[in-house]
Design a binder for this molecule. Structure first.
Ligand code: DPP
Ligand code: ZN
Length: 855
């Protein structure tokens, strides 16, 4: 398959001014008629992309084009010698009913619940009709939908112009939508369904009255309020923080149960995975509900960062995703403690993006080549992309960052642009911003190491920092990047801050001097995780314990606990820490913090997951050993603080449900304490779990109890699992939880996974269900990296390779670290992957496999 390279980018020869689409849905197929008005921009052919289409008719300026007039091969239809102004009329037949890849126009659900939706990003529109399906071709779309009246809901982008019955076919009806904004085809969407709708309105700061609608199955419509509120909050937040108001009269969100990704920001018509929009206290955990709000915000924020200003080509994906993730993270930080938000974002970054950057799938935030762009919707593009924007924002400061983003919107509104354009707008107040381009080009996580020297005679502290990035093969030798290191000096006596500064490390090694420092301080670095790097500083355990106590930055209090844990569990990475210092520091901090900030207290007890620890091991990774060491430390922690669990648990009684940061904190801490108590064998803890389950006021409490019972194999855990299933049988998203709690259980093995895959409720065509078993399974590396575990896992990949290659490829990417395994597992995994290579055909999986195998 062909590699596409950034350096080969060329402007399209033709622009599309208007598109009119007429989509008629029938029982077993759909017919799509399109009329494209195109105008030449430069010399060259008309190139249209098309996949899985049956071409029925093609005319150019009213004249039928016979097969000699165009060339059709490898997903392209090329017309040479076209005049400068062209009207193309194209008729194709497609089959959404059998489209299991969930890309293009497809059927979701089955039986009476079935509905038809689109997913066009990045290249799904070419599965609907022939089109110059690339993000730098912007056009005005008019869409007519026609279908049986069993589907009363007919939606497309923009404003509803007309709707009515078909005179010659009494059981059919139609609707015509017009979108006045110029948009790329990846933002096209339509829906043909039978849905209920929750309605609201919002008046923008510009005085526009906007109709807000959330569409869902009637059984789910009572779970749409959280999303609706989040939408209104996001609209206001973007006005206040970025001066951006919504630009259409209508904003629609549609919930669909079969969806490859989380959600999609189609202009005025977002389509959401049900898991990312539905929320109710009884059925949705706090974590999930919080992420529903964040995803609603993310897709809404795309209206400006992605839709009004879009990407020139798919290499620039981070232009919209990195910036939009940064925006949704900032929004979320305003809804809860900003320290906890930062902890969550950094924990995700470290567990997934650092792992990606350390392995064979490492790629720059802006990749330079790809075979299948779907393989590049990665944590590197999204999360590391967001970190770069954050570094720039912090470097500029709030006012200058806002000046820069205002300039970006002013300059590029309505255009398809590049990362260079973005940096050029942001640099109007500070040219240093342009230096951040190297962060977009260079793969690998920089390691920052350092030490300090204090000279009491001159009262000077010198901090020496150096940076190093591994050389990823296929890329230039790494160069030093601009790394902002937020730093504070703490007085050892008083515990107070003596000095605070943002250091900019932009050379291989640099020294920074602080004058007038009256005594040797404790240095706190990388506050709020001011750069996405690994920090390797010459700390004493006591310094870290000191910072746990005195740091005013909540994120850094968490960071020092994580440093201590890493130094205990991964001593070959540097200094070995004494577990007693860690345990004593936590024992002292926890009781106070639990009543001040329960959510932060819960997070301080974090021990990185087995997967996250594995990401730091580059060679001879032994999953059994890591699991044993991790569990050993967890046990030690639970026992060392054993007297605290009962006190804490009793201090955190179940209360009626409330969706406040404080109530969420209480619930989170209670679940952590329950698990600790069960680990330490606190008397009666088994009953606490059962009572918490029985008396739960919400899913966070109920599921927390269930999970603890399953993981600790409490005597009647199985009865509770059965009760949970009965109680929530009708709710797919809760049944996903039921699958995942079993598939990720501490004692899971291949047989359990096999039986879950054979369960009557398992469904290969629903990505959420597949992930609830198979992705959950990857959280137990000791079970995954066995012959039986790998057999099951790779069978799933082979099975999905044809029906849904995007999901198959995602699942495969999780196996990327096979070559760090200790023998004999490494060899076993290698053989297995080579075997998969013989049995798959999608370009998605092949590209990932080639990277993973290093071939
Ligand atoms: N563009 C979507 C999102 O990240 C993914 N398809 O919101
Ligand atoms: Zn996005």
């Amino acid at each position: 398959p062909n590699k596409i390279n950034l350096k080969d980018y060329q402007k399209p020869s033709f622009d599309v001014e208007t598109v009119s689409l007429d989509i008629k849905l029938f029982e077993d197929h759909a017919q799509v008629d399109s009329i494209l008005k195109m105008v030449r921009q430069s010399a060259g052919d008309i190139v249209l992309f098309g996949e899985d289409l049956e071409l029925l008719a093609l005319t150019m300026n009213g004249e039928a084009l016979t097969a000699e007039r165009y060339e059709q091969s490898a997903g392209k239809l090329t017309i040479s010698d076209a005049p400068d102004e062209v009207t193309l009329a194209i008729q194709v037949r497609i089959c959404p009913q059998t489209n299991t890849a969930l890309e293009g126009f497809y059927m979701a659900g089955s039986g009476d619940d079935r509905m038809f939706v689109t997913q066009c990003e990045p290249e799904g529109f070419r599965k609907i009709t022939f089109y110059p399906d690339r993000p730098d071709v912007l056009a005005i779309f008019t869409t007519r939908l026609e279908a049986d009246k069993r589907y009363p809901t007919l939606l497309a982008n923009g404003n509803l112009v007309e709707a009515g019955d078909m005179i010659d076919a009494p059981n059919r009806h139609y609707a015509i939508w017009h979108d006045p904004t110029n948009k790329p085809s990846y933002l096209f969407a339509c829906v043909v369904a039978d849905l209920d709708v929750l309605t609201d309105s919002y008046t923008t700061s510009e005085g526009r009255e906007v109709l807000l609608e959330v569409y869902a199955k009637s059984a789910d419509i009572d779970k749409c309020d959280v999303g609706m509120q989040a939408l209104k909050d996001s609209m206001q937040w973007d006005e206040v923080n970025y001066g951006r108001a919504y630009d259409l009269d209508r904003y629609m969100i549609v919930a669909v149960s079969q969806f490859n990704m989380g959600a999609m920001e189609n202009k005025g018509l977002n389509i959401f995975n049900t898991a990312c929009v539905l929320s109710s206290p009884e059925t949705t955990t706090d974590t999930r509900s919080f992420s529903v709000k964040a995803i609603i915000a993310h897709e809404y924020f795309h209206n400006w960062t992605g839709n009004r200003i879009t990407c020139r080509d798919w290499f620039q994906l981070c232009l919209k995703e990195g910036f939009t993730v940064y925006r949704d993270q900032s929004f979320s930080a305003d809804q809860q403690s900003s320290a906890v938000q930062r902890i969550d974002d950094v924990a995700t970054l470290r567990a997934h993006q650092f792992a990606e950057d350390a392995g064979p799938l490492a790629h720059p935030v802006r990749p330079e080549s790809f075979v299948e762009i779907n393989n590049f919707y990665t944590t590197t593009v999204y999360e590391k992309g967001a970190e770069i924007v954050r570094m720039i924002a912090n470097t500029l400061g709030a006012d200058h960052f806002r000046k820069g983003t205002d300039e970006y919107f002013r300059r590029y509104d309505g255009q398809a642009v590049t990362v260079e354009d973005f940096l050029s707008a942001l640099s109007i107040t500070n040219s240093k911003v342009e230096d951040f381009i190297d962060w977009y080009r260079q793969p690998g996580t920089p390691v920052v190491s350092g030490h300090q020297d204090y000279d009491s005679a001159t009262q000077t502290l010198t901090i020496t920092l150096s940076q190093q990035t591994r050389h990823v093969s296929g890329f230039d030798a790494p160069k030093p990047l601009p790394i902002p290191v937020a730093t504070a000096l703490f007085d050892k006596e008083s515990g107070k801050i003596m000095a605070e500064r943002m250091l900019l490390l932009d050379q291989a090694t640099q020294t920074f001097t602080f004058e007038g420092i009256s005594a040797a301080p404790v240095v706190s670095l990388l506050r709020d995780f001011s750069a996405p790097v690994q920090l390797n500083y010459d700390y004493q355990d006591e310094d870290l314990a000191f910072l746990l106590k005195h740091e005013t930055n909540g994120f850094n209090r968490w960071q020092v606990t994580q440093m201590l844990v890493n130094r205990i569990l991964l001593p070959n990475q540097g200094t070995k820490s004494d577990p007693d210092v860690y345990l004593a520091a936590l024992a002292q901090t926890l009781p106070v913090l639990a009543s001040e900030d329960a959510m932060l207290a819960a997070r301080l007890l974090d021990i990185p997951s087995a997967q996250e620890l594995a990401a730091a091991i580059l060679k001879d990774y032994d999953p059994e050993l890591v699991k044993a060491q991790r569990e050993g430390l967890y046990q030690q922690l639970a026992e060392a603080l054993k007297d605290q669990w009962e006190v804490l648990y009793k201090q955190l009684p179940l209360q009626s449900y409330e969706d406040s940061a404080e109530a969420r904190g209480t619930r989170a801490l209670r679940n952590v304490v329950l698990d600790m108590a069960l680990t330490a064998n606190v008397e009666g803890a088994g009953e606490w779990a059962q009572q918490q389950y029985d008396n739960a006021s919400c899913m966070t409490e109920r599921f927390g109890a269930l999970k603890a019972m399953v993981n600790h194999q409490v005597v009647n855990a199985d009865e509770y699992l059965a009760e949970f299933y009965e109680r929530f049988q009708a709710d797919d998203l809760v049944i996903d939880l039921w699958f995942s709690v079993q598939a990720s259980a501490d004692n899971v093995n291949a047989d359990v996974i096999k039986s879950l895959l054979e369960h009557v409720d398992f469904d290969w065509n629903t990505p959420n269900r597949v992930r609830s078993v198979i992705s959950a399974f990857t959280s137990q590396p000791t079970a995954l990296w066995t012959q039986e575990g790998l057999d099951i896992y790779t069978d799933v990949i082979k099975k999905l390779d044809d029906s849904n290659p995007m999901i198959a490829s995602r699942l495969l990417q999780v196996l990327a670290r096979w070559n760090t395994l200790a023998e004999p597992r490494r060899q076993m995994a290698h053989v297995q992957l080579l075997d998969v290579q013989q049995q798959v055909s999608s370009k998605h999986v092949h590209e990932s496999l080639n990277s993973v195998l290093g071939t």
